[in-house]
Design a binder for this molecule. Structure first.
Ligand code: ZN
Ligand code: ZN
Length: 347
C-alpha cells in the first residue's frame, strides 16, 4: 500500500489516503519517496489559483529511490549510467537501476513533437504532464514517474537537502540565466528559490540585493548570512541601480516597483507560475529597452546543468522537515511566510 496527502477540492485541507501501490507502465519508474519539498506552486494548486484535474497528490520536488522499473525498461550497464543525458532520453533502456536515487521535477513528460519540443524549448510544450498538478506527485510514500524526465542527484546532497533544488533551485537557475550578465541583481521575495539562488549568484561574483516583506528583519538577516550584499523591505530603494531583478513573490505590484530600480537595458524576470495582477505604470519606466519576462517550467537540460552547478557551488539548502501527515500545517506556515528556506515533507 502507499500513503498520500490528496487534494480533493481547492481550499479544502489535503486528506491522507491509502491505496494499492501503482504499477509502473512502459518507460516509467515506481519510486519510493524519501523527501518531497513544498513549493509555492503547491500552495497555488491547493488554494485553487491554478485549476487542474482533481483529485490530485501535489508535490514536485521529489527525491526517492527506484523501487520498480516499467516492463520495457532494462537498466543500462553501470558504467554507461554516468554517460550523457541523451541516452536516458532517447535510449531503449533506463538510466536507472533498482535502488538508484532519483529526483523528480515539475516537468513530468512532454509530447516530443510540438513546435516547442522540436525547438529545444520543451518547457513550453503544448501537451505536457506536470508532476503534482496534472499527474500525481510527491506528497506521498510512493509515486510513478517517466524515467526520461528524472535526474540523478549529486552525492553531495542528502535526500532532504536535495529536495528544494528540484524546483526552487531549478527555476531560480533558469530565471538567473534569463536575467543576463549584469553584476547587480535584485531578488524580490526571499523564500526557497531566492535562498538557493543567492548562494549561486554570490559565488559567481554578483552583488545580490534581497527584498523581503517590509519589516521582516529575520528574513533580511537570513539573506545577508547567505552572501547578499544588502537586504531591505521590498518598498525600499536598493543602494545601487540594478542590472536585473528576479521576482519570486506572487505579488504583481512588485513588477513596476522592481522596474523603477532597473537600469537601461535591464530585465525584470518573474519566476512564479501565478501572480496577482500587475498594476499599471508609466511607460517611461519601461522605456530604455528594459524588459519584463516570465520564466515557465524547466527543460531537462536546465536540470542537469543546475544540479551540477549546485554541487560545485556547495549550495546549502535550509530546510524545515515535516512528517507527511503534517502537509497542511506546512502549507499554512508557507502561506503565512513563516518558513525560512524551504519546507520538506518526509513520509
Ligand atoms: Zn511538446
Ligand atoms: Zn515548484
Amino acid at each position: 500500500m502507499m500513503r498520500a496527502m490528496q487534494l480533493d477540492r481547492p481550499g479544502a485541507p489535503l486528506r491522507m489516503v491509502e491505496r494499492p501501490l501503482p504499477e509502473p507502465g512502459p518507460g516509467e519508474l515506481l519510486i519510493e519517496i524519501a523527501a518531497c519539498g513544498i513549493c509555492r506552486t503547491d500552495l497555488h494548486i491547493a488554494d485553487g489559483d491554478l485549476p487542474g484535474p482533481l483529485p490530485i497528490i501535489p508535490g514536485h520536488e521529489i527525491v526517492g529511490r527506484v523501487a520498480k522499473l516499467g516492463p520495457n525498461l532494462t537498466p543500462l550497464p553501470l558504467g554507461e549510467r554516468e554517460g550523457p543525458a541523451a541516452e536516458r532520453r532517447e535510449g531503449e533502456g533506463s538510466a536507472f537501476a533498482l535502488g538508484d536515487r532519483v529526483g523528480v521535477p515539475w516537468l513530468g513528460r512532454t509530447c516530443g513533437h510540438c513546435p516547442y519540443c522540436r525547438a529545444q524549448r520543451e518547457n513550453l510544450c503544448d501537451d505536457p504532464l506536470f508532476t503534482g498538478f496534472t499527474r500525481d506527485g510527491g506528497f506521498a510514500s510512493h509515486c510513478i514517474a517517466d524515467a526520461r524526465y528524472c535526474f540523478p542527484i549529486p552525492d553531495a546532497f542528502g535526500d532532504v537537502e536535495a529536495a528544494p533544488l528540484l524546483c526552487a533551485g531549478l527555476i531560480g537557475w533558469r530565471a538567473f540565466e534569463m536575467a543576463g550578465e549584469g553584476e547587480a541583481l535584485g531578488l524580490y521575495g526571499f523564500g526557497a528559490a531566492a535562498h538557493i539562488l543567492a548562494q549561486v549568484a554570490a559565488a559567481r561574483g554578483r552583488r545580490v540585493h534581497a527584498f523581503t516583506r517590509t519589516g521582516d528583519e529575520a528574513g533580511q538577516a537570513f539573506a545577508r548570512s547567505l552572501g547578499c550584499a544588502s537586504a531591505q523591505g521590498s518598498d525600499a530603494a536598493p543602494r545601487e541601480p540594478l542590472d536585473a531583478a528576479i521576482i519570486f513573490a506572487p505579488d504583481g505590484a512588485l513588477v513596476p516597483q522592481a522596474l523603477k530600480h532597473v537600469k537601461k537595458g535591464g530585465r525584470v524576470v518573474c519566476g512564479g507560475i501565478h501572480m496577482s495582477d500587475i498594476p499599471s505604470f508609466p511607460y517611461a519606466d519601461l522605456w530604455g529597452e528594459r524588459a519584463i519576462l516570465s520564466v515557465a517550467n524547466l527543460t531537462r537540460a536546465d536540470g542537469e546543468e543546475f544540479l551540477a552547478v549546485a554541487a560545485e557551488t556547495k549550495v546549502k539548502t535550509k530546510t524545515t522537515v515535516f512528517p507527511l501527515e503534517q502537509a497542511n500545517e506546512a502549507l499554512d506556515l508557507l502561506r503565512a511566510g513563516k518558513i525560512e528556506g524551504a519546507a520538506v515533507l518526509v513520509p
